[in-house]
Design a binder for this molecule. Structure first.
Ligand code: NDP
Length: 288
């Protein structure tokens, strides 16, 4: 039986629609949510991501402040820019598009972003709060994955969730979010033996590795919900996920497509965090 498609595009559009209304209301109170987007160098994928983010900011009414800087920028110059953005009252959220050129210290840059403006949720404050189950900015891609499950009434409670990939920006926060929703969570990575056996136990299988179609149909438990976060470009120039979609959809009950799943959700959750950041500056109590 073919799986039901989890339509990330649609869920993201619904979230943007809700935000549009909230932003209009904030503006009527004199609060203009603003997002600073810092792009360094000429990486084509980064340029594309930044332009999609700016387009969506415009669509929903967030003011975007673009900072497009040359590859030659020094660490000191970049830190100075972050400091300026940290103190700019019109900027509620700061996004530094990764990866940074090799000569820059990514960790120092990301840690310099004020916790109150860390809308990517990559900094130690946001990650610490996630671990402590305290309100804070949740990293956009894992948050988007959870919102997709929620939109299709897939409750992680009591289920066995397997997260393949343990990065700080996707795998680890996603495992914590699933745990928060009372799933029993297994994390798998490159040193996990018998990945197939592990995946076959997953009622919810989330994959964030970056290897085209590495999760084959025979690794999917019948009736599982599959969230594919990977983005890979094939030699033919096609964008595919980490899961072999055509084979997996014959066994799964739910599956996210690539493109059209985690991608649009990530941007929607960035906008969500920016609106939260704007609300917090004026003391509006927010659910996070
Ligand atoms: P990283 O490279 O930081 O992490 C990849 C993870 O995959 C690591 O934990 C690694 O294990 C694990 N891994 C590698 N090979 C295997 C293997 N053979 N079996 C099991 N695990 C393996 O990647 P990211 O988390 O940053 O991104 C993952 C994917 O998600 C990429 O395709 C990326 O483009 C995509 N992505 C998509 C986003 C979206 O908006 N849709 C946003 C962010 C990322 P180990 O730790 O042992 O090395």
């Amino acid at each position: 039986m073919a799986a039901q498609l989890i339509d990330g595009k649609k869920v993201a559009a619904d979230i943007r629609e809700g935000l549009k209304k909230e932003i209009a209301e904030l503006k009527s109170k004199g609060i203009n949510p603003g997002l600073a987007v810092v792009l360094i160098g000429e990486n084509p994928a980064s340029k594309k991501y930044v332009s999609s983010k700016e387009k969506i900011c415009e669509e929903i009414g967030i003011k975007s402040f673009g900072h497009k800087l040359p590859e030659s920028i020094t660490q000191e110059e970049l830190i100075k820019l972050i400091d300026n953005l940290n103190s700019d009252k019109n900027v509620h959220g700061i996004l530094v598009q990764l990866p940074l050129p090799k000569h820059l210290n990514e960790k120092e840059v990301m840690n310099r972003i004020s916790p109150a403006k860390d809308v990517d949720g990559f900094g130690p404050d946001a990650l610490g709060k996630l671990l402590l189950d305290e309100p804070g900015f949740v990293a956009c891609t894992p948050h988007g994955a959870m919102k997709m499950l929620e939109a299709y009434n897939i409750d992680p409670k009591g289920k066995h969730a397997v997260v393949v990939g343990r990065s700080v920006i996707v795998g680890k926060p996603l495992a914590l979010l699933l745990l928060r929703k009372h799933a029993t969570v297994t994390m798998a990575h490159s040193r996990t033996p018998d990945l197939k056996d592990v995946c076959l136990k997953a009622d919810i299988l989330c994959v964030a590795v970056g290897k085209a179609k590495m999760i084959t149909g025979d690794m999917i438990k019948e009736g599982a919900a599959v969230v594919d976060i990977g983005i890979n470009v094939t030699p033919e120039g096609k964008i595919v996920g980490d899961v072999d979609f055509d084979a997996a959809k014959e066994r799964a009950a739910y599956i996210t497509p690539v493109p059209g799943g985690a991608g649009p959700m990530t941007i929607a959750m960035l906008m969500y965090n920016t609106v939260l950041a704007a609300k917090m500056t004026v003391g509006i109590k927010v659910e996070m």
